[in-house]
Design a protein around this ligand. Sequence first.
Ligand code: LLP
Length: 436
Amino acid sequence: HGTSHINVHGHLEIGGVDTVALAKEHGTPLFVYDVALIRKRAEQFKQAFEHEKIPYQVAYASKAFSCVAMYQLADELGLSFDVVSGGELYTAIKAGVPMEKVHFHGNNKSRQELELAVKSGIGCVVVDNFYEMTLLEEICTAHGKTMDVLLRITPGVEAHTHDYISTGQEDSKFGFDLTNGQVDEAIKLSLKSNTMNLLGIHSHIGSQIFETQGFVMAVEKIFEYIEHWREKLDFIPKVLNLGGGFGIRYVDGDEPLHPREYVSQMTQVMKQYAEQFEMAMPEIWIEPGRSLVGDAGTTLYTVGSQKDIPGVRHYLAVDGGMSDNLRPALYQAEYDGILANRAIEQADQKFSIAGKCCESGDMLIWDLPLPKANHEDILAVFCTGAYGYSMANNYNRIPRPPVVFLENGEVQLVVKREEYEDLVRLDVPLTKTVKL
Ligand code: LLP
């Protein structure tokens, strides 16, 4: 993918930068991003919409990877921003991106979070539930402000038959139910409100999806109701946000679709309905996270200890693990990798890549074919750009790795390595006067 290739030294090179030299300079574990590939992915989504000649917004679902520089890059790429917490919102504020392009998600936004959203003048709140409506009304009234809103609905798309990490099924913690009158009630309330301006409807069916069918089903469901809303509530959504969830290739066998496939299928169905109902096409918004940054990210590790169980398995341990990539332990997620410093050598043995956490489940990859590895070799694990750093943690008090952006031979450090000092920064030592 992207700009990665093997250079004259037989090393993995990304964005014109030798990853082996980079690992030496910055230490490992190290997250590296191929910025050109992020640009390409963003362009693909935008061009897919331009091709359909319809109004759209592509919002970057920043939960996939969030830091000041990433918001700035997303802004440069003409994307809007989907944030899901006060922390992500705060980071976007610090990045200095236009607040009117920020969309705020979440199934339990707190009063403080909504206050920050209202005060900073974000573009819209994706309202999830009735309690949030009450809070938002109160806060907007107190600040003399109004807020554009989308209502998050649960489209009732049964995802069991498909290969998704599903959120759109009826029994979900997210959003208003479409089928039992909750959405109607929420529409009525927001139309009546003096502070909320109802723009439209939001639906997200899941993540790492490889088919267009679920999205089409969600559009169909929503349009079944649009007729009814128009007649009964005099409401026609100006915006339909179909969420994110577009899958990427982690390992051979994953077959992602081109963004154009999703976009053209969604818009075709919508155009048909709009024509049939004689209504203006709603603006289409989407929120890709993984598909914008996932395959642009690679993690570099240094090989450490090994354990051979003859005839059973060869364990190879690296200097990171579930502290920088929780996905294998959490979802049995699969990854591919190579030795970055010996990228041209024949992979003639299988190694199971272990992390360094005190937990048997801390395995990054099972049975990865590699050349015979030595300690100090650099292992590159691919496609770690989404939900890698963002789900990193300090289990075992392991500091989180740094992140660098690479492009045209240039290296830009965008997140520093956490130091031991950072780990104890919030700790408060016992004082002699404490009596429990
Ligand atoms: N919009 C909404 C409302 C979402 O809930 C999500 C993801 C997205 C957009 C972005 O989805 P994406 O395009 O990245 O698939 N930690 C899990 C993924 C959780 C996704 C949660 N919601 C993982 O590592 O696979």
